[in-house]
Design a protein around this ligand. Structure first.
Ligand code: PEP
Ligand code: MG
Length: 325
């Protein structure tokens, strides 16, 4: 099986009929870049920067962050790296930044909400990423965006940090793309509006599932209800991709669903441009893409969108993936 995947490690991700997509990796630390390169990722679609902030006593300084971001960009060469700004709160806590106990941490003081409240922390991180952007192909992504106002507030902070850098003569990539995660249902629903103000979307299915289905992603008693094949999820994903494309921006996915080979033809058929996953899943995903053509993928996506239950969808996709491998 491994030998069979070997040719796909360094191949391009192109369907039989020539449609090119990007297969990228999710990482949380510099050490993981090794595996990213070994598995032939075309980029890093999600760098979870919060891991730089965790398991330590103090907040990382701008210098420290800058060096970490720069090192990753340099290792990746001309391949893009999507830096997601701090996504703390929910299940992730920092000892030096205590968050008062909440009834519903995942619905609480988390990610962009915390960053817009603590603009000192947010601006420092953005400055570190901007400085690093001079050393590679960096992209910036905001997590947990739920409305246009929130996106505009985050962009205003970025705008101010950029102005400050220009004044001080600090080099950064003026063309750096700005994107948002689509992981809150309200953002998915108004993605037509949000698409006008960013360069890309990345669909975060882990949280999108949790919030759309009202199923805590950490609660083992209800894992059965945490259902990626739910028609509501597939309809939302289709709408997000279509809304992004209507405004001419690219749409990726960095939740766990992006690496599920059963789902891959569906998302390909919906037009997804980038699939970001654990590095070890990349060769299999690329093989699946290289063996499909777009007409077939579109037919599969259409078929699935007509189905009214996740059981039916799962059975159909399971059968299909067995006949393919
Ligand atoms: C997601 O929510 O799908 C995601 C990729 O972000 P995280 O798993 O870090 O919340
Ligand atoms: Mg998330």
């Amino acid at each position: 099986k491994r030998a069979e995947l070997l040719p796909y490690k360094d191949a391009l991700s192109v369907t039989k009929d020539g449609k090119r997509v990007e297969v990228a990796a999710n990482i949380g630390s510099l050490q993981q870049v090794e595996g990213v390169l070994a598995n032939g990722a075309e980029g890093i679609g999600l760098f979870r920067t919060e891991f730089l902030f965790m398991d330590r006593e103090t907040i990382p300084s701008e210098e420290e962050q800058f060096h970490a971001y720069q090192a990753i960009l340099e290792k990746m060469g001309d391949r893009p790296v999507v830096f997601r700004t701090l996504d703390i709160g929910g299940d992730k806590q920092l000892s030096y930044l205590p968050i008062a106990q909440e009834m519903n941490p995942f619905l609480g003081y988390r990610a962009i909400r915390l960053c817009l409240d603590r603009q000192d922390i947010f601006a420092t991180q953005i400055r570190a990423i901007l400085r690093a952007s001079a050393y590679g192909k960096a992209k910036l992504m905001f997590p947990m965006i739920s409305s246009l106002q929130e996106l505009r507030q985050a962009k205003a902070v970025l705008h101010d940090v950029k102005s400050e850098c220009r004044e001080k003569g600090i080099a950064f990539d003026e063309e750096m793309e700005i994107g948002i995660m689509i992981e809150v249902p309200s953002a998915a629903i108004v993605s037509d509006v949000l698409a006008k103000e960013v360069d890309f979307f990345s669909i975060g299915t882990n949280d999108l599932l949790q919030y759309t289905l009202a199923v805590d992603r950490m609660n083992e008693k209800i894992t059965r209800l945490y259902d990626p094949f739910h028609p509501a999820i597939l309809r939302l994903i289709r709408a997000v991709i279509a809304n992004g494309h209507k405004e001419g921006i690219w749409v990726g996915m960095c939740g766990e669903m992006a690496g599920d080979p059963r789902m891959l033809p569906v998302f390909l058929g919906m037009g997804l441009d980038e699939f970001s996953m654990s590095a070890s899943l990349i060769p299999q995903a690329r093989k699946t893409i290289c063996e499909l053509d777009m007409d077939e993928a579109k037919r599969i996506a259409e078929a699935v969108l007509q189905m009214d239950s996740s059981d039916q969808i799962l059975d159909y996709l399971q059968l299909l993936s067995r006949s393919h491998s």
